[in-house]
Design a protein around this ligand. Structure first.
Ligand code: TYD
Ligand code: MG
Length: 452
C-alpha cells in the first residue's frame, strides 16, 4: 500500500488523523482539522548506537542565578512573578487588537534602558512599528527592530555573540520553519517555530517573549501545544469597547498564577492602573437597585468591583440567563439556592448579570454579592451604598467563610465604605478596618435587609 502523503492535524490540540472529520476525536473541537504533509521519517527506536553519558550535578549550584529582567512596569513585573527569568519563554496571548503589540513595545522600550533588546515583527513593517513607537513616546529607546518571519534567520540572529538578551516575536503565528510544507499559523508550523526559538533561547539565556493570537473560539492557535512548551503563559484580556485591559498569568513556572495586572488603554498607549478598585468603581451610582460591590481578591491584591444584576419578567418560555464576567454555572447555583432555601422565586424571569469594568471574577466569594444584586433587582430596593459584600454560598443555603478577610475589609475602608455584609467569623475582636460588619450565617438572613 502506498504511504499516505498527507494527514489531518487538529489546530486545537495537535492530534493527527489519516482522514478528515468535522470534529476532532481527541479534543472534541469542531472544524479544527487541517491537511498537512506527513513528516518524512517517523521517529524510530534508539537502535544500537550508545549515547554519551549525561553529567549529573548537585541541586545547590555554584554561583547565583542571573537576576530577573525587570520592565519597571510594576503591573507587568508582578504578573511575571517579579520579573522575567533569563532563558525562559513567555507566551502572551489575546484577541487581535487587544493591545499585545502595544504592551510589548512599551515593555521592550523600558527593558532597553538596561539590556540588549530586540523586537521582531512578522505582522508589521519596520516603519509601522516606528510609527507606533512614536505614538507611544518611546521612539528614542535603543530597541533593535526587525521585520522577519523565517525562524532560520531569527535563530541566527539570536545565536550571535552580541545577540539580544530579550527578544519579542510578534507573532508566533507568522513565523515559519522552511523545512516544513505547511502554511504559517498551522499547528505544525507554530509548534516547530516555537521549539526552535525556545531551544536557542534556553541555550543562550535569552528571555523569549512570544505573542500568540487567540482564535475566535478563545484559544491560542495550537494552544495546548504552545502552552506546555513555554514557561509562562499570560493572557491579555478585556473587551475592546472598554479602556481596561487585564493581564493574567494562567501558567507560571517561576511565580504565582493568580496575579493580575491592570492597564488602561489611552491615546498614548497602555498606562498602569495601580489602584484598580477606584477605577472599577468610578462610574458607580450608589442609589440604584440591582448593584452590589464585591470585595474580591486577585492574587495578593484586593480588588473591589461592582456586580450588576437585572431581573426582568421574561416573554420567553425558557427565560434568558446572560452572564458577563462570571461563571454562568455558578449563577445557576445561586439562583437555585435562593429559590429552594429562601423561597425567592426568580425562575420565570430573565436574569442578566454583569461585572462592571470588564473584569472576570473567578472567586466563589462573589456568590453573596451576586445574591445581593439579584435580590436587590427583584425587590427594587438598593443595596446600601456604603456596603461591600463577600462570602461563598453553600448548597444548603449557608454562608461560608472565605480567605483573606482582612485585606478585603482594609481596602473597603480605604475607599470609604462603612459596612461589610460577610460570613460570620469565629472569635470576636478581629481587625475589621473600622467597618461595621454584618455577619451572615445563612443566605436567608440577607433578605430582611431588602424588605423595608
Ligand atoms: P495592538 O497592540 O496592535 O493589538 P494586538 O497586537 O493585540 O493585535 O493594539 C491595537 C489597538 O489599540 C487599536 O485598536 C488601537 C489601540 N491603541 C490605542 O488606543 N492607543 C495607542 O496608543 C495604541 C498604540 C493603540
Ligand atoms: Mg499586534
Amino acid at each position: 500500500m502506498a504511504k499516505p502523503t498527507t494527514r489531518y492535524a487538529c489546530q486545537s490540540c495537535g492530534a493527527s488523523f489519516p482522514k478528515w472529520a468535522g470534529r476532532c476525536d481527541a479534543c472534541g473541537e469542531w472544524n479544527t482539522l487541517v491537511e498537512e504533509a506527513v513528516p518524512d521519517a517517523a521517529p524510530k527506536g534508539l537502535g544500537v548506537a550508545k549515547g554519551r553519558r549525561i553529567e549529573f550535578v548537585g541541586l545547590t549550584g555554584a554561583g547565583a542565578a542571573p537576576p530577573r529582567r525587570l520592565t519597571r512596569i510594576a503591573e507587568l513585573d508582578r504578573v511575571c512573578g517579579g520579573g522575567m527569568v533569563p532563558g525562559s519563554a513567555l507566551l502572551v496571548g489575546g484577541d487581535p487588537g487587544i493591545g499585545k503589540s502595544t504592551l510589548l513595545l512599551q515593555a521592550t522600550a523600558r527593558l532597553a534602558q538596561e539590556h540588549r533588546v530586540a523586537y521582531v515583527s512578522g505582522e508589521e513593517a519596520v516603519d509601522q512599528v516606528r510609527l507606533r513607537a512614536r505614538r507611544l513616546g518611546v521612539a528614542e529607546a535603543p530597541v533593535a527592530l526587525a521585520s522577519a518571519t523565517s525562524v532560520r534567520d531569527v535563530v541566527a540572529a539570536l545565536d550571535a555573540a552580541d545577540g539580544p538578551e530579550i527578544v519579542v516575536i510578534d507573532s508566533i503565528q507568522t513565523m515559519y520553519v522552511d523545512t516544513l510544507d505547511s502554511a504559517p499559523g498551522t499547528v505544525a508550523q507554530v509548534r516547530a517555530s516555537a521549539q526552535e526559538l525556545i531551544r536557542v533561547a534556553k541555550r543562550r539565556g535569552v528571555v523569549l517573549i512570544l505573542v500568540g493570537h487567540v482564535t475566535k473560539e478563545g484559544m491560542i492557535a495550537g494552544p495546548r501545544v504552545l502552552e506546555h512548551m513555554v514557561d509562562t503563559v499570560l493572557y491579555f484580556e478585556g473587551d475592546r469597547g472598554h479602556q481596561f485591559r487585564i493581564l493574567r498569568a494562567v501558567k507560571n513556572r517561576f511565580g504565582p498564577t493568580d496575579e493580575i495586572g491592570v492597564f488602561e488603554m489611552t491615546d498614548g498607549g497602555l498606562s498602569e492602573v495601580s489602584n484598580p478598585s477606584a477605577l472599577f468603581l468610578a462610574d458607580r451610582r450608589g442609589d440604584v437597585s440591582g448593584a452590589a460591590v464585591f470585595a474580591g481578591m486577585e492574587g495578593t491584591r484586593p480588588v473591589l468591583v461592582e456586580v450588576q444584576a437585572l431581573v426582568a419578567p421574561s416573554p420567553l418560555g425558557t427565560p434568558r440567563r446572560a452572564v458577563v464576567g462570571w461563571d454562568s454555572a455558578r449563577l445557576a447555583m445561586v439562583l437555585a439556592v435562593l429559590e429552594a432555601r429562601c423561597g425567592v422565586a426568580i425562575g420565570a424571569n430573565d436574569v442578566y448579570l454583569n461585572v462592571a469594568g470588564g473584569l472576570r471574577v473567578t472567586e466563589p466569594a462573589a456568590d453573596l454579592a451576586v445574591a445581593a444584586a439579584l435580590v436587590s433587582s427583584l425587590t427594587g430596593e438598593p443595596v446600601p451604598a456604603d456596603a461591600v459584600v463577600f462570602g461563598e454560598i453553600g448548597l444548603s443555603g449557608e454562608v461560608r467563610g472565605v480567605g483573606q478577610t482582612d485585606p478585603r475589609l482594609k481596602e473597603a475602608a480605604k475607599l470609604g465604605f462603612a459596612t461589610a455584609l460577610m460570613p460570620a467569623r469565629a472569635g470576636a475582636g478581629r481587625g475589621d478596618g473600622g467597618l461595621r460588619t454584618v455577619e451572615l450565617r445563612r443566605l436567608g438572613e440577607l433578605l430582611p435587609l431588602f424588605q423595608q
